[in-house]
Ligand binder design. Structure first.
Ligand code: FAD
Length: 387
């Protein structure tokens, strides 16, 4: 067997979290290898597609706090690379006015002094045309929110990593990990060693963690990414200042619906359901479940009169969900030089630069910049008895 290539750190998985972690490590002058099983760029994980929503509106303070720095780091990357990655649109949050989740969103924004506008049923359509506000719903706009250009962002993060001397090897599936003071990683094409390893493998996390005797309670879900045609072109366009929107809760599972203004496909608006059907990540495109599309059809027919309630384009993506929908950002319980970032539960893209920084800090043995207790593995207590 040929001798192993030696690095300071190896990162497995070149999605948004792995790419930003690798970038942070190389910025800290660490010799870093980023391994990816598919040829880059690819559409088979969770970080592809043209857009993602970015917002400070959350129902938990800790996410809103992290996003303060998140916005700064996205802007810093834009400056470093000279590429536009963010477009401000605002985020319209709607939900039953007295419901817990709507009030949690509102109070988190208030407590953290995030600029927002509260709309009333009387002035709603002056600000948001072509949307029907459901009876009893409250509406507010997080004016800091907007759209991230996702594919472009990933390319930029990987490009900056490469520019600073980082090594990317795609089309190399990791097939084995041997823990130890020096970690040995085998792929379909080679063997590599490093003093530290970061596993950011998205929907494949448990497949890799099995090599280091760990199993996390993750559910992998196929998501239909639906685009819907506007009846009058551009009536919900980003240039007409139409915002992103999300529903906090309501009848007929409305709470799982969110949308982005038309932008990437001319005349098509992205409206999706924040839930799907369980899948094996290697079989994602073999079966399409359409229950979510039926819910979206009914919602659009009733509340978005300017949109044809039939999807024009359906793409697919995956969520890797934890039981509490909070992330996993932690060290391996038995091997301190193996760090894990997974379970981003359908809302992790906007945090990419912050998660990259945190996983880098954990790898370097530093005190992380945020309290990571909501993201610890110990909350699951499902480690294999062999540990
Ligand atoms: C439809 C949809 C809409 C979303 N909308 C938003 C949004 O509006 N805002 C937001 O903030 N977030 C959003 N998200 C969530 C966000 O996109 C994800 O949380 C994020 O992309 C997860 O990134 P990741 O790096 O963990 O996973 P991935 O992007 O899947 O990256 C993991 C990588 O690891 C690689 N890998 C796995 N196993 C191996 C192996 N053995 N060897 C080598 N490589 C391997 C995979 O090929 C993959 O490239 C959305 C997600 C989806 C699906």
């Amino acid at each position: 067997m040929s001798t192993a290539e030696v690095y300071d750190y190896i990162v497995i998985g070149a999605g948004v979290q792995g790419s930003f972690t690798a970038y942070q490590l190389v910025k800290r002058k660490k010799k870093t290898l980023l391994l990816e099983q598919f040829t880059l760029p690819h559409t088979r994980g969770s970080s592809h597609g043209q857009t993602r929503m970015i917002r400070k509106a959350y129902d938990q303070n800790f996410y809103t706090h992290m996003m303060d720095e998140g916005y700064e780091l996205w802007a810093q990357l834009e400056r470093e690379a000279g590429v536009k990655l963010f477009r401000r649109t605002g985020l319209l949050v709607m939900g039953p006015e007295n419901s817990r989740s709507y009030l949690d969103f509102k109070s988190t924004l208030e407590k953290n002094k995030i600029p927002m506008v509260v709309l009333t049923p009387d002035n709603f359509n002056q600000h948001i045309p072509n949307v029907i506000l459901a009876d009893g719903d409250g509406a507010l706009v997080d004016t800091t929110a907007g759209v991230l250009y996702a594919d472009r962002a990933l390319k930029v993060a990987q490009g900056q990593f490469h520019k600073l001397g980082g090594v990317i090897k795609d089309q190399e599936k990791v097939t084995d990990i041997k823990p130890g003071l020096t970690v040995t990683v085998s792929t379909s094409a080679g063997v590599y060693q490093a003093k530290g390893l970061v596993i950011t493998a998205g929907a494949w996390a448990n497949e890799l963690l099995a090599h280091v005797n760990l199993h996390l309670p993750l559910e992998v879900m196929r998501i239909n990414v639906c685009y819907w045609k506007e009846k009058v072109p551009d009536s919900y366009h980003v240039n007409k200042r139409f915002p992103c929107f999300l529903l906090t809760e309501g009848e007929e599972a409305k709470d799982h619906i969110y949308g982005l203004p038309s932008n990437e496909y001319p005349g098509l608006m992205k409206i999706c359901y924040h839930y799907g059907s369980e899948t094996d990540p290697d079989q994602r495109d073999k079966k399409t479940d359409c229950a979510d599309i039926d819910i979206l059809r009914r919602y659009i027919a009733r509340y978005l009169p300017g949109v044809i309630p039939e999807p024009a384009v359906v793409e697919s993506c995956m969520y890797t969900l934890t039981p509490d929908r909070h992330f996993v950002v932690d060290r391996h319980p038995a091997y301190g030089n193996i760090v894990i970032g997974t379970g981003f539960s359908g809302h992790g893209f906007k945090f990419g630069p912050v998660i990259g920084k945190l996983l880098c800090e954990l790898s370097l043995g530093e005190v992380p910049s945020y309290d990571l207790s909501p993201f610890q593995i110990s909350r699951f207590q499902t480690m294999k008895s062999s540990l």
